[in-house]
Design a binder for this molecule. Structure first.
Ligand code: ITT
Length: 198
């Protein structure tokens, strides 16, 4: 697999919650990084049919326009009783205002009295080079949907997700606790082993 051997990496995201988590995960391995949001790069339309397609699309869009090696994250919440929804549409369930209180309520309403509350968070990381090459890594965390929303840390759907073996939501964990078990951290371990160890 191709190694990242530069000293600056572009984090291809406009989501501040993700950028915060990815920066913390990257800090031991990469001396300098910036985000697509900070550079004012355009947000590409996510036209892919899978997390993998969308992650590659975002990494390549950023790499092409900036000329820098770029790391994109396509992620979401997959609820089993909803056939994997909101899935790749997780951000879009928040509407144009990216209102995740609304998106979490939609998940809750869609589940109704369903007994199966099982769900997973999925994260696909794509490291893209300006010559068109990409490396891709996938991570998961399994758990269940809880209601009402609890906690104020994290972002997105964290207040209604409880990882297997825990009785607090992701939003009730401190950032280090979430980072130890999250879908993003699991994908990140593979990225580090394969592309960042040098
Ligand atoms: P970028 O494409 O700019 O990175 P985005 O928010 O549009 O930002 P996605 O298309 O990958 O990113 O959507 C992922 C959504 O899934 C995100 O907006 C959150 O609502 C949710 N999500 C992903 N990881 C999460 C996490 O760790 N905790 C809570 N929600 C998460």
């Amino acid at each position: 697999m191709r190694q990242f051997d530069g000293d600056e990496l572009l984090i291809a995201t406009h989501n501040k919650g993700k950028a915060r988590e990815i920066s913390a995960l990257l800090a031991p391995y990469v001396s300098r990084f910036c985000t697509a949001d900070e550079l004012g790069l355009p947000e590409p339309e996510e036209t892919g049919a899978t997390f993998i397609e969308n992650a590659i699309l975002k990494a390549q869009a950023a790499a092409q326009v900036s000329g820098k090696v770029s790391l994109a994250d396509d992620s979401g919440l997959a609820v089993n009783a909803l056939g994997g929804d909101p899935g790749i549409y997780s951000a879009r369930w928040g509407g144009v205002d990216k209102d995740f209180n609304l998106a979490m309520r939609k998940v809750h309403d869609a589940l109704g009295r369903e007994e199966d509350r099982s769900a997973s968070f999925v994260c696909v990381l794509a490291l893209g080079w300006p010559d068109g090459h990409s490396e891709v890594f996938e991570g998961f965390v399994h758990g269940s949907i809880t209601w009402p929303m609890r906690g104020s840390h994290g972002f997105g759907y964290d207040p209604i997700f409880q990882a297997e073996g825990y009785d607090i939501s992701f939003a009730e964990m401190n950032p280090e606790e979430k980072q130890a078990i999250s879908h993003r951290a699991n994908a990140f371990k593979l990225l580090v082993e394969n592309c960042l160890k040098g």
